[in-house]
Design a protein around this ligand. Structure first.
Ligand code: NDP
Length: 253
């Protein structure tokens, strides 16, 4: 029970990485608020958590709206009295040649993958400043560290989120608010499956390019997500940690 008595919000918790983090946080004793746009899927996640003895609440959010994100934080505090952990995980992919990227594509990716992360950090910090601090965890991407063709909007958003993590960490360190990021490599979820299915990246190419020779599973991220949320990481802030089977470090063919 490494998160006993903590209250956590996870955005994009209807499926994939966010759902995995929400379920694990509940197993570790946290009361978890699961958020995304799909209320039906969120209801299923809450049911799953409750069925295994945990406590959870579903709240709809569109992370592109600062007001919507602030509403989630306010409702969390109304329900549970505080907010200890904010996981800004909601995200979308955007694969397109840069010369064809429309202003709408660019805006949609930036609004979800970068603005949404900022709104989550800001709303959480406003509450954390009223209490004894807290932990913010941004789920960014190895694409925010290295450059990948056809991903201008996604890479720019994720690079922005990585740097934002560091800026807010140094700005809020004196308020006992820690801000860290996990930068995953390829993790088996709908988001990546979609990119594979559309033929943008063959699965075999992912395996070949990854020194460990496999794709990651959601489970691979959960230990660090718990550590960053728990008091065990109390001297860690402004860190962007890759979990990618060696993908980002690799510089050979
Ligand atoms: P999924 O597509 O499986 O899940 C994405 C989640 O984000 C869903 O819960 C979706 O819920 C939510 N979401 C999307 N847009 C919004 C929005 N505007 N407001 C609220 N929620 C939203 O993706 P993953 O689990 O794979 O990805 C999670 C995060 O991890 C993303 O930020 C992604 O960029 C990052 N990542 C993933 C990698 C991977 O290989 N899977 C690699 C590197 C980074 P709903 O549609 O119900 O709103």
């Amino acid at each position: 029970m490494r998160l006993d008595k903590k209250v956590a919000v996870v955005t994009g918790a209807s499926k994939g990485i966010g759902k995995g983090i929400a379920l694990r946080y509940a197993q570790e004793g946290a009361r978890v608020v699961v958020t995304s746009r799909s209320t039906d899927l969120l209801a299923g996640v809450v049911e799953e958590i409750k069925a295994s003895g945990g406590e959870a609440l579903a709240l709809p959010v569109d992370v592109r709206s600062a007001q919507s994100v602030q509403g989630v934080v306010d409702d969390t505090v109304k329900a549970y009295g505080r907010l200890d952990v904010m996981v800004n995980n909601a995200g979308i992919s955007m694969v397109k040649a840069s010369e064809d990227l429309s202003p709408e594509d660019w805006t949609r990716a930036l609004e979800t993958d970068l603005f949404g992360v900022f709104y989550g950090c800001q709303s959480a910090a406003r509450q954390m400043m009223k209490q004894d601090g807290g932990a913010i965890i941004n789920i960014t991407s190895c694409y925010g560290i290295v450059a990948v063709p056809m991903r201008a909007a996604y890479c720019a958003s994720k690079a922005g989120a990585n740097h934002l993590t560091k800026v807010l960490a140094v700005e809020w360190a004196g308020k006992n608010i820690r801000v860290n990021a996990i930068a995953p490599g390829y993790i088996r979820t709908e988001l990546v499956q979609d990119v594979i299915d559309r033929g943008f990246i063959p699965l075999e190419a992912i395996k070949k390019r990854t020194p460990q020779g496999r794709m990651g599973e959601v489970e691979d991220l959960l230990g660090l997500a718990v550590y960053m949320a728990s008091d065990e990481s109390s001297f860690m802030t402004g860190s962007v940690v890759s979990i990618d089977g060696g993908w980002t470090a690799y510089g050979y063919l």
